[in-house]
Design a protein around this ligand. Structure first.
Ligand code: ZN
Length: 152
């Protein structure tokens, strides 16, 4: 940061000095040429600046009706719960709990179920968020964020 009047490098915060009606950032000495303003310069950044954007981590969320998806896909194949459990190397009790809606499968289990049942259990939230980045919502994200999402 340099003084806008004399060009001297400023060690600390520049003084906002009103000289001939315009605000200059000056050193202590040059502030004598005008009237020092008390208010510190407000950052021009809008509220949706990149700094305030939450990191867009790729999130996989299990569908709300995972139990129905699993049961229907399994029944369509004519598999018993035991069959399904054996195919994905899980206990039948796990399948029971999943189909009863008492236990949402974790990521690993959900992926196994997806693969074996050819269903979709996980919502790829980052895909949807990318679609949300239309012209209306683009302000909240930086180009860097968008590039990052596309890579995932
Ligand atoms: Zn100066």
């Amino acid at each position: 940061m340099r003084c806008e009047i004399c060009g001297k490098t400023l060690a600390g915060r520049p003084l906002r000095t009103k000289i001939d009606g315009s605000i200059m950032l000056t050193c202590q000495e040059c502030s004598k040429f005008g009237k020092v303003q008390r208010e510190p310069p407000k950052p021009k950044r809008p509220r949706t600046a990149p700094r305030t954007v939450r990191p867009l981590e790729p999130v996989n969320e299990v569908l709300e009706d995972y139990n129905i998806v699993v049961r229907e896909a399994r029944e369509k194949r004519g598999w018993s719960r035991e069959d399904l459990a054996a195919k994905i190397y899980e206990k039948v009790s796990v399948i029971n709990r999943v189909e009863a809606g008492k236990m949402a499968p974790d990521l690993k289990l959900a992926r196994k179920l997806e693969r074996i049942l050819k269903v979709r259990l996980l919502e790829r939230l980052e895909d949807e968020r990318l679609e949300d980045l239309g012209p209306k919502n683009i302000r909240g994200a930086t180009i860097g964020d968008i590039a990052r999402i596309k890579k995932n």
